[in-house]
Design a protein. Sequence first.
Length: 184
Amino acid sequence: MIFFKCRTLLAVFLTVLFAACSGTPTTLTATTDFSQSFDFSRVKKIAIQPIDRTVLSTIMVSDTQVANINRAITDELTHRGFTVVASNADADLLLTWHLVTKERTNVNSYDTSSRYNCWNCRAGPADIYVTQGTFIVDMVDPVGLQSVWRSVFESRLSGQPNAAEAEANRRGAASAVFARFPPG
């Protein structure tokens, strides 16, 4: 009888725990670093710099992808009250970004043995190939040409997202990158 009560209590507890976890939203976060001596309160206009097409990581990004990323950045900065300008001479900060991708292999070594004969059982490790993307945004002081703010966002990249999913991913990444901009 006690065993039945403990088992029922455990089942109720696990149900409540799983329900609570499933309703918890996942938030995208980025790490940021900035210069304590730079006055971010005077920043109103930002110029997005063209990407360097001589670096292998940027050669892999198509012109359409660059335009889509720039649009997501522009929309997020505009939403936060900044003006994106075309001329470096008019800008309070210069924005540069680059995307670094890295192929990783995750080896899952659990479930490596089975004691019972079963249908469709898998024994042995499983290799999962994942593309890890790191999106790095730097804000550069146009006078000293030194980075005064950096945000790094890491995410697993999916192979062929549909257009709506890709747009949502870009907007989510831009929002996470600029969540702590301006610092203070």
